[in-house]
Ligand binder design. Structure first.
Ligand code: OGA
Ligand code: NI
Length: 370
């Protein structure tokens, strides 16, 4: 098939989407299961409608990239001037890009590599063991599935995910985790939570708030940890690894392997977030855009599908506790006559329910605008 015919390929007319989705789900082996069987074409359920593909924005041809922030000198908070400077650069990156990469963040490259291998070992273990976790029950703490919005989106993404979600319970016990990667998940989460605290402290300082302000908002009380697995894709131009979306979190800390594919929307074009060995990617989620009254930006991003793979990424979303009675809205200290509140107040229950019930690629933040 020529490139042009491939690009113009559309879903066959007689296809029963609901039926095909159910059949895929019943196999419980995810996208990887299709590749294991040697599929040379992607099933209709993954093919993006032609009108969506034709409206795609271009990828940035320039050598533009998200800022890289060095955290080497801020761990002990000993030199106030340095801390303030780094805090300012983080707030600036978060306002302009909504994304930055951190280096010298205190988590060893060795642990990062073990975490990626841990994610791989979950997805590449025997189907029998993996299937035990297959579920779409959002109230469960540990689930494995393909696309959390599978029955709502108009095209499925070429991706499988293992998710550990403490948003409803506030905790997870190690024995609930998949045995094959339990130890490394516990170790990694312990470190990534500390890094989350440090970044929230720097963001607070950079916003001119008390250092513990954002943490005091109970933004770190609960989290969702996701190991994504993006198998090689035989027809990458027809689908996506992850559709364009913004995260519902306060912040997200992302670990990616060296394959690449993550793109952020910057000045109306897609910019690749190039893998940097040992770095972690941080992005601002919708909750933090709202409480900062748009000073920090939650930016659209996506993952393209690739003919090479698998690609592994590990996302850690700081979200807060679903059942918290607290009301969230723009931080009063950041408001003034010239800078009035842009959003109304809400509970995390309302906020997170709104995000869970809509397809990944539908904007969520507008719902809370005044
Ligand atoms: C996400 C996400 C990017 C990636 O899980 O929200 O944007 O590289 N992941 O997997
Ligand atoms: Ni995301």
């Amino acid at each position: 098939m020529s490139i042009q015919t491939t690009l113009n390929k559309t879903r066959t007319a007689d296809y029963d989407r609901t039926n095909d989705l159910k059949a895929f789900d019943e196999r419980k082996t995810g996208v990887k299961g299709l590749i294991d069987e040697g599929s040379k074409n992607i099933p209709n359920i993954f093919v993006r409608p032609l009108e969506d593909r034709s409206k795609d924005l271009g990828t940035c041809p320039k050598n533009l990239s998200v800022p890289i922030i060095d955290l080497a000198h801020v761990h002990n908070h000993t030199n106030e001037a340095t801390t303030t400077e780094v805090a300012k650069s983080i707030v600036s990156a978060s306002g302009k890009w909504g994304f930055f990469q951190v280096v010298n963040h205190g988590i060893s490259v060795e642990l990062l590599e073990r975490m990626i291998e841990g994610g791989r070992s979950f997805h590449e273990q025997d189907d029998v063991n993996k299937k035990l976790f297959y579920s779409r029950d959002k109230s469960k703490i540990v689930t494995f599935n393909s696309n959390y919005d599978f029955y709502k989106s108009n095209a499925a993404n070429w991706r499988d995910s293992l998710s550990v979600n403490t948003v409803f319970t506030g905790e997870v016990y190690p024995h609930e985790l998949p045995p094959v990667c339990k130890d490394v998940i516990v170790e990694y989460i312990d470190h990534v939570i500390k890094l989350g605290d440090l970044i929230l402290m720097l963001l607070s300082i950079g916003l001119g708030l008390k250092p513990d302000y954002l943490k005091q908002m109970e933004s770190t009380k609960a989290w969702n940890f996701v190991c994504h697995y993006y198998p090689m894709c035989p027809e990458p131009e027809l689908t996506l690894g992850t559709s364009k979306h913004a995260d519902a979190s306060f912040i997200t800390i992302l670990l990616q392997d060296q394959i690449g594919g993550l793109q952020v929307l910057h000045e109306n074009q897609w910019v690749n977030v190039e893998p940097v060995k040992g770095a972690l990617i941080v992005n601002i989620g919708d909750a933090l855009q709202i409480v900062s009254n748009d000073k920090l930006k939650s930016v659209y991003h996506r993952v393209i599908a690739k003919s090479i793979g698998p690609r592994i990424s590990i996302a850690f979303f700081l979200k807060g506790l679903f059942s918290s009675p607290k009301l969230y809205g723009p931080i009063k200290e950041l408001l003034s006559k010239e800078n009035p509140a842009l959003y109304r107040e809400f509970t995390l229950e309302e906020f997170l329910t709104h995000f869970i019930t809509r397809p990944l690629d539908q904007p969520g933040i507008d719902h809370f605008k005044l």
